[in-house]
Design a protein around this ligand. Sequence first.
Ligand SMILES: Nc1nc2c(ncn2[C@@H]2O[C@H](COP(=O)(O)OP(=O)(O)O[C@H]3O[C@H](CO)[C@@H](O)[C@H](O)[C@@H]3O)[C@@H](O)[C@H]2O)c(=O)[nH]1
Ligand SMILES: [Mg+2]
Length: 198
Amino acid sequence: MIPTLANLRIRAVEVLSRNWYLLRRVDFDYQRRDGEWQSLSREVYDRGNGATILLYNRARRTVILTRQFRMPILFNQHPTGMLLESPAGLLDADAPADCIKREVEEETGYRIAAVQPIFNAYMSPGSVTERLHFFVAEFDQAAKVSDGGGDASEGEDIDVLEVPFEQAMAMIASGEIADGKTILLLYHAALHKLLDAA
Ligand SMILES: Nc1nc2c(ncn2[C@@H]2O[C@H](COP(=O)(O)OP(=O)(O)O[C@H]3O[C@H](CO)[C@@H](O)[C@H](O)[C@@H]3O)[C@@H](O)[C@H]2O)c(=O)[nH]1
Ligand SMILES: [Mg+2]
Protein backbone atom coordinates (compact mmCIF):
# COMPACT_ATOMS: atom_id res chain seq x y z
CA MET A 1 0.00 0.00 0.00
CA ILE A 2 2.77 2.44 0.92
CA PRO A 3 5.41 2.61 -1.86
CA THR A 4 9.06 2.10 -1.01
CA LEU A 5 11.15 5.21 -1.62
CA ALA A 6 14.92 5.45 -1.70
CA ASN A 7 14.82 8.51 0.55
CA LEU A 8 12.34 7.14 3.11
CA ARG A 9 12.49 4.54 5.91
CA ILE A 10 9.25 4.00 7.78
CA ARG A 11 10.05 2.94 11.36
CA ALA A 12 6.57 2.52 12.83
CA VAL A 13 2.89 3.02 12.09
CA GLU A 14 0.62 3.30 15.11
CA VAL A 15 -3.19 3.47 15.04
CA LEU A 16 -4.21 6.38 17.29
CA SER A 17 -7.95 6.11 16.63
CA ARG A 18 -10.17 3.76 14.70
CA ASN A 19 -13.36 5.27 16.03
CA TRP A 20 -15.19 6.56 12.93
CA TYR A 21 -12.36 6.98 10.45
CA LEU A 22 -8.71 6.00 10.82
CA LEU A 23 -6.06 8.18 12.43
CA ARG A 24 -2.46 6.88 12.38
CA ARG A 25 0.91 8.18 13.45
CA VAL A 26 3.80 7.38 11.13
CA ASP A 27 7.37 7.55 12.48
CA PHE A 28 9.94 7.69 9.70
CA ASP A 29 13.40 8.72 8.61
CA TYR A 30 13.47 11.06 5.63
CA GLN A 31 16.56 11.94 3.62
CA ARG A 32 16.71 15.66 2.99
CA ARG A 33 17.84 17.08 -0.32
CA ASP A 34 21.33 17.71 1.12
CA GLY A 35 21.68 13.98 1.93
CA GLU A 36 21.14 14.24 5.70
CA TRP A 37 18.67 11.79 7.30
CA GLN A 38 16.10 13.27 9.67
CA SER A 39 13.71 11.45 12.05
CA LEU A 40 10.15 12.71 11.74
CA SER A 41 6.61 11.90 12.82
CA ARG A 42 3.35 12.75 11.04
CA GLU A 43 -0.28 12.08 11.86
CA VAL A 44 -2.26 10.79 8.89
CA TYR A 45 -6.07 10.92 8.90
CA ASP A 46 -7.74 8.51 6.48
CA ARG A 47 -11.45 9.07 5.87
CA GLY A 48 -11.45 7.64 2.36
CA ASN A 49 -11.86 9.50 -0.89
CA GLY A 50 -14.79 11.60 -2.02
CA ALA A 51 -16.61 13.19 -4.92
CA THR A 52 -18.31 16.53 -5.47
CA ILE A 53 -20.28 18.17 -8.26
CA LEU A 54 -21.44 21.51 -9.60
CA LEU A 55 -25.00 21.28 -10.95
CA TYR A 56 -25.65 24.21 -13.27
CA ASN A 57 -28.44 25.39 -15.55
CA ARG A 58 -27.55 27.61 -18.49
CA ALA A 59 -31.07 28.88 -19.27
CA ARG A 60 -31.67 29.92 -15.65
CA ARG A 61 -28.00 30.86 -15.04
CA THR A 62 -28.14 29.13 -11.66
CA VAL A 63 -26.21 26.56 -9.65
CA ILE A 64 -27.33 24.16 -6.91
CA LEU A 65 -25.75 24.50 -3.48
CA THR A 66 -26.38 22.75 -0.18
CA ARG A 67 -26.33 24.19 3.32
CA GLN A 68 -25.59 21.97 6.29
CA PHE A 69 -24.11 22.01 9.77
CA ARG A 70 -20.37 21.17 9.93
CA MET A 71 -19.02 20.66 13.43
CA PRO A 72 -15.29 21.08 12.59
CA ILE A 73 -15.71 24.65 11.31
CA LEU A 74 -17.44 25.62 14.54
CA PHE A 75 -14.13 24.76 16.20
CA ASN A 76 -12.37 27.21 13.90
CA GLN A 77 -14.13 30.53 14.36
CA HIS A 78 -17.16 29.96 12.13
CA PRO A 79 -20.07 31.63 13.96
CA THR A 80 -22.84 29.10 13.17
CA GLY A 81 -21.24 26.00 11.62
CA MET A 82 -23.68 26.29 8.68
CA LEU A 83 -21.70 25.89 5.45
CA LEU A 84 -22.72 26.42 1.83
CA GLU A 85 -21.23 23.64 -0.29
CA SER A 86 -21.45 21.83 -3.57
CA PRO A 87 -23.13 18.42 -3.08
CA ALA A 88 -20.52 15.84 -2.04
CA GLY A 89 -20.08 12.45 -0.53
CA LEU A 90 -17.62 9.75 0.39
CA LEU A 91 -16.95 7.10 -2.22
CA ASP A 92 -17.55 3.98 -0.14
CA ALA A 93 -17.02 1.11 -2.58
CA ASP A 94 -18.41 2.97 -5.61
CA ALA A 95 -16.64 4.41 -8.62
CA PRO A 96 -16.53 8.23 -8.30
CA ALA A 97 -19.15 8.89 -11.03
CA ASP A 98 -21.61 6.41 -9.49
CA CYS A 99 -20.96 7.85 -6.05
CA ILE A 100 -21.67 11.43 -7.05
CA LYS A 101 -24.89 10.50 -8.86
CA ARG A 102 -26.11 8.69 -5.74
CA GLU A 103 -25.02 11.48 -3.37
CA VAL A 104 -26.42 14.31 -5.47
CA GLU A 105 -29.85 12.66 -5.60
CA GLU A 106 -29.77 11.89 -1.87
CA GLU A 107 -28.70 15.41 -0.93
CA THR A 108 -30.49 17.57 -3.53
CA GLY A 109 -33.25 15.43 -5.08
CA TYR A 110 -31.88 15.86 -8.62
CA ARG A 111 -31.46 12.64 -10.63
CA ILE A 112 -28.60 13.21 -13.07
CA ALA A 113 -27.98 10.74 -15.90
CA ALA A 114 -24.54 11.88 -17.04
CA VAL A 115 -21.80 13.66 -15.13
CA GLN A 116 -18.57 15.10 -16.52
CA PRO A 117 -15.31 14.54 -14.60
CA ILE A 118 -13.06 17.63 -14.53
CA PHE A 119 -10.14 16.93 -12.17
CA ASN A 120 -9.27 15.45 -8.82
CA ALA A 121 -7.30 16.95 -5.98
CA TYR A 122 -5.84 16.30 -2.53
CA MET A 123 -7.72 18.72 -0.33
CA SER A 124 -5.56 18.85 2.81
CA PRO A 125 -2.34 16.94 2.07
CA GLY A 126 -0.49 17.89 5.25
CA SER A 127 -2.66 15.59 7.34
CA VAL A 128 -5.59 14.10 5.42
CA THR A 129 -5.22 11.32 2.81
CA GLU A 130 -8.40 12.23 0.96
CA ARG A 131 -8.44 12.74 -2.79
CA LEU A 132 -11.58 14.45 -4.04
CA HIS A 133 -13.04 13.79 -7.52
CA PHE A 134 -14.68 16.83 -9.12
CA PHE A 135 -17.58 16.71 -11.58
CA VAL A 136 -19.94 19.10 -13.35
CA ALA A 137 -23.36 18.38 -14.86
CA GLU A 138 -26.22 20.36 -16.29
CA PHE A 139 -29.56 19.99 -14.49
CA ASP A 140 -33.12 21.00 -15.37
CA GLN A 141 -36.32 21.09 -13.35
CA ALA A 142 -37.51 17.76 -14.82
CA ALA A 143 -34.58 16.07 -13.05
CA LYS A 144 -35.98 16.97 -9.62
CA VAL A 145 -37.43 13.70 -8.29
CA SER A 146 -37.53 14.40 -4.54
CA ASP A 147 -36.81 17.06 -1.92
CA GLY A 148 -33.35 15.67 -1.15
CA GLY A 149 -32.10 16.64 2.29
CA GLY A 150 -29.75 13.73 2.91
CA ASP A 151 -30.05 10.67 5.14
CA ALA A 152 -31.82 11.83 8.31
CA SER A 153 -31.00 8.56 10.10
CA GLU A 154 -27.31 9.47 9.75
CA GLY A 155 -27.96 12.97 11.05
CA GLU A 156 -27.98 14.73 7.70
CA ASP A 157 -30.28 17.76 7.47
CA ILE A 158 -29.39 19.39 4.17
CA ASP A 159 -31.03 22.51 2.78
CA VAL A 160 -31.01 22.76 -1.05
CA LEU A 161 -30.60 26.18 -2.70
CA GLU A 162 -30.74 27.26 -6.33
CA VAL A 163 -28.51 30.34 -6.53
CA PRO A 164 -27.91 32.69 -9.47
CA PHE A 165 -24.35 32.08 -10.70
CA GLU A 166 -23.28 35.73 -10.40
CA GLN A 167 -24.59 35.81 -6.85
CA ALA A 168 -22.63 32.65 -5.99
CA MET A 169 -19.45 34.24 -7.36
CA ALA A 170 -20.12 37.37 -5.28
CA MET A 171 -20.65 35.17 -2.21
CA ILE A 172 -17.06 33.91 -2.54
CA ALA A 173 -15.79 37.48 -2.32
CA SER A 174 -18.09 38.30 0.59
CA GLY A 175 -17.07 35.17 2.52
CA GLU A 176 -20.57 33.64 2.52
CA ILE A 177 -19.17 30.79 0.44
CA ALA A 178 -16.09 29.56 2.28
CA ASP A 179 -15.74 25.93 1.24
CA GLY A 180 -12.70 24.98 -0.86
CA LYS A 181 -14.30 22.44 -3.20
CA THR A 182 -17.22 24.77 -3.88
CA ILE A 183 -14.91 27.67 -4.72
CA LEU A 184 -12.87 25.45 -7.08
CA LEU A 185 -16.02 24.36 -8.91
CA LEU A 186 -17.41 27.90 -9.24
CA TYR A 187 -14.07 29.21 -10.54
CA HIS A 188 -13.94 26.32 -13.00
CA ALA A 189 -17.42 27.26 -14.24
CA ALA A 190 -16.39 30.90 -14.63
CA LEU A 191 -13.12 30.08 -16.38
CA HIS A 192 -14.73 27.69 -18.84
CA LYS A 193 -17.88 29.80 -19.24
CA LEU A 194 -20.11 26.83 -18.40
CA LEU A 195 -23.10 29.05 -17.72
CA ASP A 196 -22.93 30.81 -21.10
CA ALA A 197 -25.25 29.76 -23.91
CA ALA A 198 -23.91 26.87 -26.01
N1 LIG B 1 -21.24 8.91 13.75
C1 LIG B 1 -20.43 9.63 12.98
N2 LIG B 1 -20.84 9.94 11.74
C2 LIG B 1 -20.01 10.66 10.97
C3 LIG B 1 -18.75 11.10 11.41
N3 LIG B 1 -18.17 11.78 10.41
C4 LIG B 1 -19.04 11.76 9.37
N4 LIG B 1 -20.16 11.09 9.71
C5 LIG B 1 -21.33 10.83 8.86
O1 LIG B 1 -20.87 10.24 7.66
C6 LIG B 1 -21.70 10.67 6.57
C7 LIG B 1 -20.82 11.22 5.45
O2 LIG B 1 -21.64 11.86 4.51
P1 LIG B 1 -21.18 12.07 2.99
O3 LIG B 1 -22.21 12.96 2.35
O4 LIG B 1 -20.83 10.76 2.38
O5 LIG B 1 -19.81 12.84 3.14
P2 LIG B 1 -19.60 14.35 3.48
O6 LIG B 1 -19.44 14.54 4.93
O7 LIG B 1 -20.59 15.23 2.76
O8 LIG B 1 -18.18 14.53 2.84
C8 LIG B 1 -18.01 15.09 1.61
O9 LIG B 1 -17.64 16.40 1.77
C9 LIG B 1 -16.45 16.52 2.53
C10 LIG B 1 -16.21 17.94 2.89
O10 LIG B 1 -16.01 18.73 1.79
C11 LIG B 1 -15.33 15.89 1.77
O11 LIG B 1 -14.16 15.95 2.55
C12 LIG B 1 -15.64 14.45 1.48
O12 LIG B 1 -14.72 13.92 0.55
C13 LIG B 1 -16.96 14.32 0.85
O13 LIG B 1 -16.90 14.76 -0.47
C14 LIG B 1 -22.65 11.71 7.11
O14 LIG B 1 -23.89 11.11 7.31
C15 LIG B 1 -22.00 12.12 8.42
O15 LIG B 1 -22.95 12.53 9.32
C16 LIG B 1 -18.34 10.77 12.74
O16 LIG B 1 -17.25 11.11 13.20
N5 LIG B 1 -19.24 10.02 13.47
MG1 LIG C 1 -22.34 14.99 1.79
